[in-house]
Design a protein around this ligand. Structure first.
Ligand code: NAI
Length: 692
């Protein structure tokens, strides 16, 4: 191979030339790649090549546009110019896809005369997940190959499909077993002289499209994306594929792309996309800090959380043993895991064979010492009680081999105090999973005062290995996520007293995009938990306390802030309204109509203020860590970017002023702007800009 540029290599096999994208591991379409492709096609044409194969290097064919080039002046050649060169090539251009072809990478392939792929290669247009539409013809070429309805499914969901499915749908021509480059060259050689109709010139799939059938498919797809703009933009672009000629469709797509990419939602989605990578880079971690090897996990406690954690391990191929106090509790815990997997098999999302594999990886025991002695990592998930935890850790310390990390899934207790029960505090760390632990991606890893880098590296690497997104946080009550949401409570109380009903607050938060409003979430988690915490802390919440006093603990008792029908639909309950009105009258609060904007502010501002305090204390290292926590563990919509991103977009001066106003108006000392917010507001700074 000769290097055309540093980023595209050129080789020749008789009449067939090969252009290899060489910006591994993911070959984003940065300027040098575009230039290299453009020059490579011209060079091949100049020497009379009859076919060209485009192929990737590293992990995949191509992951798409180089997002770091967005918003900067465009350097030629544009992708469109590259595509023009492909479509104008006097021969066959074949894309050979391995790993994946995503976004601009798939659009590049769609501009080619034909596409072949390695078995299992994934192809898709995930732009919608970054808040925009495919911007290089994907919304016009894909429908012309497979029809607007199938194209809408791929483009609006953003989910890639395997090459085998793409062959069935008709946008990949063949799956090639064995060496992809050799196979693709042979395929291209055989294709020389055959006629290929370029996607742009195809009319057979879009010509007879029934608009009503298309709208029905789109309506179904859009139901899942409440409040988000890019799925609607994708639908509009795909619609243009059968209502407009190709060039006009491209222009429509370009307009939609330009508008959406400049919008707040796309900024938020990209903030999270990059953030989820950034959080894994742990500040200050020395390069030589290495994760300890983990062959076998032992989970102490097979309850709600222990079971979910064990399932995550088995789901990802890690042998795991649950330790319980009695045979009965153990069998109950294992049965819950099995039943969960069986439901997944029944729904068709897990094969029987994979289920058997997972089941074989998950074992149980009541022999605490004997099992722990074989562990490479222990995660404790017993009752949330300091005395119990300390007793368990003292036993773990004696039973586990020296050098083994002991982690606790505690959601509120001090890791340092737990570690003090052992002779190895440097090997103790928090691994705070979220419920349901086999589903939720967030893992708050809690660093104790003595936790070593190797311990932190082990918690991080192991978390990644079992499919989680680990975010390192400091040790404090509630850590980051629960500590921040906890600060909403007093404002919920005040809003209820001043004029809201539960549904008013939930409606605003769900309208903002939250999976579930705070009161409905309380009903799901159990209102008795919050009541117990208040009791322990000696605080009161007159309305919530009155609700709990009536035995209304939430969904588990059939009623809480709402009442629930047999299908668990929530309904407003006049009894709750009466409680609220009675308490307000007793406390002499005059009720008024409260605007949606005020509700949203009073739900988000307390969290932002606490987030700032968490940054001041170094409990979270960067504001992006906080945002990633909320997106992955608290049902916060990614297209809103998280609480700290929200504050930055409001402007911290506005945030400061509103906090000060509500602190006074609602007599809530928690809302007094923190020193960090005062400082950033005065400097015109942002959370995201800190330390940059
Ligand atoms: P759970 O009550 O469902 O399970 C605890 C299990 O531990 C029980 O099955 C019990 O038999 C077992 N156990 C108690 N002492 C033991 C011992 N000495 N040896 C072995 N097993 C023992 O409780 P859950 O909800 O699973 O909570 C466990 C931990 O996870 C707590 O620290 C909790 O704060 C934390 N957590 C809970 C979340 C939730 O949403 N439920 C979320 C995140 C963390």
């Amino acid at each position: 191979m000769t290097a055309l540029s540093d980023f595209v290599q050129h080789a020749q096999h008789g009449d067939v030339h090969v252009l290899r994208l060489a910006n591994p591991p993911v070959n984003t379409l940065r300027t040098e790649i575009r230039a290299g492709l453009h020059a490579g096609l011209a060079a091949a044409q100049a020497v009379g090549a009859k076919a060209v194969v485009l192929i990737g290097s590293g992990r995949m064919f191509c992951a798409g546009a180089e997002m770091t080039e967005f918003g900067k002046p465009r350097q030629p050649p544009s992708l469109t110019e590259v595509f023009d060169a492909i479509e104008g090539f006097p021969g066959v251009v074949v894309a050979a896809i391995h790993g994946s072809a995503l976004g601009g990478g798939l659009e590049l392939a769609l501009a080619c005369h034909a596409r072949v792929a390695a078995p299992g290669a994934m192809v898709g247009l995930p732009e919608v997940k970054r808040g925009f539409v495919p911007g290089a013809g994907g919304t016009q070429r894909l429908p012309r190959l497979i029809g607007p309805e199938e194209a809408a499914k791929i483009i609006i969901s953003g989910d890639p499909v395997p090459a085998e499915k793409a062959v069935k749908l008709g946008f990949v021509d063949a799956v090639i077993e064995g060496d992809l480059e050799a196979g693709a060259v042979a395929w291209a050689k055989a294709a020389i002289g055959k006629t290929f109709t370029l996607a742009r010139n195809r009319t057979d799939k879009v010509g007879g499209q029934d608009p009503a059938a298309f709208e029905a498919v789109v309506a179904g797809l859009l139901k899942r994306s409440r409040g988000q703009e890019s799925p609607k933009g994708c639908a509009e672009a795909v619609r243009a594929s059968f209502t407009l000629p190709f060039e006009e469709g491209l222009a429509k797509e370009r307009d939609l792309f330009a508008t959406l990419v400049a919008g707040e939602q796309s900024k938020a989605l990209r903030h999270i996309f990059f953030g989820e990578r950034e959080v894994l880079r742990i500040l200050g971690m020395p390069a030589e800090a290495k994760s300890l090897p983990v062959e076998r996990l032992v989970v102490i406690g097979g309850g709600t959380m222990g079971g979910g954690i064990a399932m995550s391990a088995a789901n990802n191929g890690v042998p795991v043993t649950i330790v319980e106090t009695s045979e009965e509790a153990l069998q109950k815990g294992l049965a819950r895991c099995h039943a969960n997997w069986e439901r997944t098999v029944a729904s068709g999302r897990l094969s029987q064979a994979d289920y058997e594999t997972r089941k074989a990886l998950l074992t149980g025991s009541t022999d605490f010492e004997g099992t722990v002695a074989k562990a490479d990592l222990v995660i404790e998930a017993v009752f949330e009680n300091m005395a119990v935890k300390k007793e368990v850790f003292a036993r773990l310390d004696k039973a586990a081999r020296p050098g083994v990390v002991l982690a606790s899934n505690t959601s509120t207790l001090s890791i340092d105090e737990i570690a003090s029960a052992t002779s190895r505090p440097e090997l103790v760390v928090g691994m705070h999973f979220f419920s349901p632990a086999n589903v939720m991606r967030l893992l708050e890893n809690v660093r104790g005062a003595a936790s070593s880098w190797a311990t932190i590296a082990t918690a991080t690497e192991f978390g990644k290995r079992i499919g989680k997104l680990p975010v390192l946080v400091g040790n404090c009550d509630g850590f980051v996520g629960n500590r921040m949401t906890g600060k909403r409570g007093p404002q919920v109380e005040k809003l209820l007293l001043e004029g809201c009903l539960p549904a008013d607050i939930d409606k605003v938060m769900e309208g903002y995009g939250m999976a579930m409003g705070p009161l409905a979430t309380g009903d799901l988690a159990g209102l008795d938990i919050g009541a117990a915490v208040r009791k322990a802390r000696g605080t009161v919440a007159p309305v919530a306390d009155a609700v709990v006093a009536l035995g209304r603990y939430g969904q588990k008792t059939g009623k809480g802030w709402y009442m629930y029908d047999e299908k668990r639909n929530r309904l407003p309950d006049p009894e709750v309204e009466k409680i609220i009105l009675d308490v307000a009258e007793k406390m002499q609060v005059r009720r008024r109509r409260i605007s949606d904007e005020e509700i949203l502010d009073r739900m988000l501002l307390p969290m932002v203020n606490e987030g700032a305090r968490i940054l001041e204390e170094g409990i979270a290292y960067r504001s992006i860590d906080i945002d990633v926590i909320f997106i992955n563990g608290f049902g916060w919509p990614a297209f809103r970017g998280g609480p700290m991103f929200w504050a930055d977009t409001q402007g911290l001066k506005t945030v400061r002023d509103k906090l000060a106003r509500y602190a006074e108006a609602t007599n809530d000392a928690n809302l007094k702007p923190t020193a960090l917010i005062e400082k950033l507001a005065a400097e015109g700074g942002t959370f995201a800009g800190m330390g940059r």
